[in-house]
Ligand binder design. Structure first.
Ligand code: ZN
Length: 110
């Protein structure tokens, strides 16, 4: 991260385009191919763990509907409630991930 006010680093090939991290910022679209592959994986999943989100930002939030609709067990692990009612039956697991995830592993393996 450049210091505040410092010029942004530029593309090493052309020297003109500012470089940016390989992340998607709020207000930007996810790459369509990434969304498509995620939906395919959600459709084939037996279990979907959704950790650290209230599920209000689409299209990622829609992956729960895809997986649950295809019969996957969906566990929503978050300290806050899921952001909207759900047509299927995902399992809300309220609490911090560092506590809930080990408990899920214990429950699944004992
Ligand atoms: Zn360039």
């Amino acid at each position: 991260m450049p210091a505040e006010g410092a010029p942004l680093p530029t593309c090493p090939q052309c020297g003109r385009h500012p470089l940016r991290p390989a992340i998607v910022l709020f207000g930007e679209n996810l790459p369509a191919e990434v969304v498509h592959r995620a939906e395919q994986a959600a459709r084939l999943a037996d279990v979907l763990l959704v950790v650290g989100t209230s599920g209000i930002v689409y299209p990622a939030a829609g992956l729960v509907e895809v997986a649950a609709g295809a019969g996957a067990y969906c566990a929503l692990v978050n300290t806050e409630p899921w952001g909207h009612p759900h047509p299927t039956s995902p399992r809300p697991c309220s609490g911090p991930a560092e506590e809930v995830l080990p408990a899920l592993v214990t429950a699944a393996t004992s």
